[in-house]
Ligand binder design. Structure first.
Ligand SMILES: [Zn+2]
Length: 442
């Protein structure tokens, strides 16, 4: 089926970003077959279905390169005991109980609800990091099922750690990586690892060996808090990045998440191994762990992407958070205007290309038909020259009206078409009290 998304302001992004007023994006099957002036596209594709995008801006679907779907049911939960006073306590008192309390239906719902939020926010590709030690084996299949139902793209993995069982989760990753194989452009797989401080050398060695044999990267939290760095220094006599690199976890397909507490030699090592970093500014602020040395990494040409770490599925808000954080942290109102959008719009697409082998994040012929169509009436001129100003100060607060992924319309007129939002939220509210009760007993 051919569809013309016409009469909107089309922003192509990509290396040659064009802003086309009264433009059209034409899709056929899973790909884009035409981008340009609406009248011209109408002549080229006269028999296409038409979706009117007047009063709207048409952008490539957004990408989140680090998410935790499983965190859904923690929303609004009272955490038993004293408030956590540091990062390790946040893990021990909250997240390492949430993941243990999840059962089969919770895992499915915990994925379905943020997937709906992804569609609502025009996020069409996600890299997720999952944990559910109480219902581990087969958990990635449940999430895959939810992703396929939602209709977006996701790279999935299970977070291996020694904290519940030695090497817990290795087999789940191995099984899923084998099942996915080269992937179909919608689902990809990685070797998930929690973090250096919960992984022994033996577990790391085994996990990395499987990843290398399968040709996939490792997806691991790195020096999110100072505790991870100190643990690596005291147990292994070297900082976190050096340890992970020594064990073989670095490389072009690997994702080092956070990298807040790293030194110059670690940054050099990340750069020389072409490992990607994912920055999660809102989560770092929420956990009060510190500020990633973003500009130091970018200076070394490290591919730094942007994630939400489970905080949200709205990537424009994460982009603006990065913009604001680094201005404040550097006490410099000249910085981050280019860098924060670059993480979201360019670098996330680069990371996805390494994981999925496809180039999303650009509206051009032959590219995947992933679109975020937002209500936006620019109050000033909008062109290639000032698009970032509109992005940071206008689009960040605009509403997504229509979301398209793989050529399928997943939301139109703000109505989710691929899932029953009301029913799923109701069911989640029914199950949450039981999940909270199990958690309180842990
Ligand atoms: Zn995370």
């Amino acid at each position: 089926m051919t569809t013309r998304f016409e009469n909107g302001i089309v922003v192509t992004l990509g290396s040659d970003n064009r802003v086309i007023w009264n433009g059209s994006v034409v899709t056929e099957g899973e790909n884009i077959v035409g981008v340009g002036d609406a009248a011209e596209m109408k002549m080229r594709f006269p028999n296409a279905e038409v979706v009117d995008c007047a009063g709207k801006i048409v952008l490539p679907g957004f990408i989140c390169t680090h998410h935790h779907f499983y965190s859904t049911m923690a929303r609004g939960m009272a955490i038993p005991g004293e408030p956590a006073s540091n990062f390790v306590e946040i893990l021990e008192r909250l997240w390492w109980k949430v993941d243990r309390a999840l059962d089969e239906e919770d895992i499915l719902l915990s994925a379905q609800i943020p997937l709906i939020e992804c569609i609502r926010n025009g996020t069409t590709t996600v890299i997720d990091h999952h944990a559910s030690p109480g219902m581990r084996d087969g958990s990635l299949d449940l999430i895959e099922k939810a992703v396929r139902q939602a209709g977006i793209r996701a790279s999935l993995c299970y977070e291996v750690s020694d904290r519940n069982a030695i090497g817990g989760g290795i087999e789940e990753n191995e099984r899923f990586i084998r099942k996915v194989g080269q992937g179909d452009g919608q689902i990809a797989a990685m070797m998930g690892l929690h973090a250096s401080f919960t992984l022994s050398d033996a577990t790391l060695e085994k996990s990395v060996g499987i990843a290398k044999d399968a040709g996939v990267g490792c997806h691991v939290h790195v020096a999110e808090d100072l505790a991870d760095r100190q643990d690596s220094l005291s147990k292994y006599g070297m900082p976190t990045v050096h340890r992970l690199d020594k064990m073989g976890a670095s490389g072009e397909k690997s994702l080092f998440i956070h990298c807040v507490h790293i030194d110059e030699s670690e940054m050099d090592l990340i750069a020389s191994t072409k490992t990607s970093v994912v920055h999660n500014p809102e989560s770092n602020m929420n956990n009060a762990v510190g500020v990633t040395p973003l500009f130091e990494l970018l200076k070394r040409n490290v591919l730094v992407g942007l994630g939400s770490d489970g905080m949200s599925s709205d990537m424009l808000s994460q982009m603006r958070c990065a913009y604001l954080l680094h201005r404040l942290a550097n006490h410099d109102p000249r910085v981050a205007f280019l860098e924060a959008p670059k993480l979201l719009l360019q670098n996330n697409a680069g990371i996805i290309e390494r994981q999925f082998g496809i180039r999303v994040g650009e509206l051009a012929e032959g590219r995947p038909a992933d679109l975020a169509i937002m209500d936006y009436q620019p109050p000033t001129q909008l062109s290639e020259a000032n698009f970032l100003g509109h992005l940071i100060f206008g689009l960040v607060d605009a509403t997504v009206d229509t979301t398209v992924c793989r050529g399928k319309i997943l939301m139109q007129n703000k109505k989710i078409l691929s899932m029953d939002e009301e029913r799923l939220a109701r069911r989640s509210r029914e199950l949450a009290p039981q999940m909270w009760q199990r958690l309180a007993a842990l």
